[in-house]
Design a protein. Sequence first.
Length: 295
Amino acid sequence: MKIIFSRKGFDSSFGGSPSPILEDGTIVSLPIPAHGCEKTYQIRYGDLRPQGLDLGKLVDDLAVQTQGVKVRGQDLAHFDPDVCENAFDKRDPGWRGLFGQCLAAQGHLRNQRVGIGDMFLFFGLFRRVNLVNGEYIYLRSSKPIHLIWGWMQIGDIVDIAEEQALNHVKYSWATYHPHYHFQELPANNTLYIANESLSIEGLGAKKIQGFGVFNNYREVLQLTDPDYDKTSYWRLPGWMYQENKPCPLSYNEKSDWRLENGYARLKSYPRGQEFVCHISQFPEYSHWLLENIFS
């Protein structure tokens, strides 16, 4: 089994600002703006209501200038990954969580042999906000952090370019997804479909959905090391560290990696989207997932 730490949502490059952690601890990932699919794609930030929150308002209040253009709640949202069941009310029957990838990032997933049964842990840049006089504002005393906000275990993989060549769509309910609406379709445009329920060693009779979001902040979901100011310094469970071996996350084999005070400390590669860990080499991984991440 492989776990993929997958960077998704607003950050300094896409959207211009962190996603919010609300005063009650609720976490909401803001999708990046949609580009390159404007002719046929229709989902706007204001159409999305994860946990009953108006994403259009959150974007209007929090988004900053990005390359001279302010992202607004009326803009198209690249709603991907879509793993929050209550975020969108216009899905067709049979819907499951799904996630699209293409270009170099998809090439990396292919090269790492990511496949059915492997799990994405989606993380992004977050910062605490307060609601003041009806407007969401960032809390001045808070700092941005990398935080795990959702998950998806792969149940199927679809080659969208191949589908178009054959003029056949395997999951008709998935065609609302932005990766079906690119004006210029990338050759390796790929869609990952979630398992209906998790399949993990040690799960037993316990039932956990194969995709979803974490509703509230918990320290175990925070990747950024609280002892450092920079978001790219991570604190991971100590069992991931092996003496005289590099960090097991792809793109991070040459990164600063050490064991300190029971934690594996990492200066993570700053620009990668998909960090793949061949987790089955660590027998502790299932306990970590079931007793910490999915507790």
